[in-house]
Design a binder for this molecule. Structure first.
Ligand code: SF4
Length: 245
């Protein structure tokens, strides 16, 4: 579907969609959770996330860690995927496509065609959130350029280098410490704590660029580039192809 496609959804606040999901978080999602909940990004990561801040945490019984009864305890700062639900967003380069997700088991939400996808998005303040997330995308290219300056791919097999980087980036446990990833998701600990989400992002991006430009370990940069790409809704190849062009 595109933004003109007929679509509407009435949420009946049953809380069923807040169970057993796999929800990827961007750096902006983590900042939004923190600002919405009046906590630091470090606390937001510890309480509500997995995989270094890039996945929303669900408890062993299937509930989202932020679910309080049938309500969202971080509603004001809820992640993009929760704002979009029950739509999913697929991005390929500059193109976007929306898909209606299957209803959660037991959900009482009602799908309809009383509006458009664009109207639904406007009601969830999605575009401003998406625009802030997209501001992180050029950082993937910056990191890839830095990798190209550090590594001689004539001497190192590129496919194996990137295979290892992807595997490490997507590891949920037992991952190596990565200072760039820590800075990507924990903006506040990196000296970028500001009152609003937009002001935090504005301080965060130049700090991350600076960090990436001065990093001397290509593997650290590659792992961070892959996880950033995935967290923004792109595939790992977004980082790999940026390094090859
Ligand atoms: S963050 Fe809130 S809206 Fe999203 S799954 Fe968790 S409880 Fe539900």
């Amino acid at each position: 579907m595109d933004r003109q496609s007929a679509f509407s959804y009435r949420c009946n606040q049953c809380g069923r969609c807040c169970h057993n999901q796999a929800i990827t978080l961007s750096p902006v999602d983590v900042i939004a959770i923190a600002r919405g909940g009046g906590i630091s990004t470090g606390d937001a990561i510890a309480r509500y996330t997995l995989r270094r801040g890039s996945l929303l945490r669900f408890l062993p019984d299937g509930r989202c860690a932020a679910l309080d009864g049938v309500g969202c305890s971080i509603h004001r700062g809820r992640p993009l995927a929760c704002r979009l639900y029950p739509l999913g967003l697929e991005r390929d380069g500059g193109r976007e496509r929306f898909v209606a997700l299957e209803a959660a088991a037991g959900s009482t939400g009602v799908y309809g065609v009383d509006g458009t996808v664009g109207e639904f998005l406007a009601g969830q303040e999605i575009d401003s959130h998406l625009a802030l997330s997209e501001r992180y995308r050029p950082l993937i290219r910056t990191m890839s350029e830095r990798i190209a300056g550090l590594i001689d791919f004539a001497a190192i097999e590129p496919r194996e280098f990137w295979r290892r980087a992807v595997a490490e980036a997507l590891r949920e446990t037992s991952f190596d410490r990565n200072r760039i990833i820590e800075a990507i998701f924990d903006a506040d600990s990196y000296g970028c704590a500001r009152k609003s989400i937009a002001a935090t992002v504005a301080a965060h991006l130049p700090a991350l660029n600076d960090l990436a430009r001065h990093e001397t370990d290509a593997t650290v940069i590659a792992v961070a580039a892959v996880l950033l790409a995935v967290s923004l809704g792109y595939s790992p190849s977004e980082a790999i192809s940026a390094a090859n062009t």
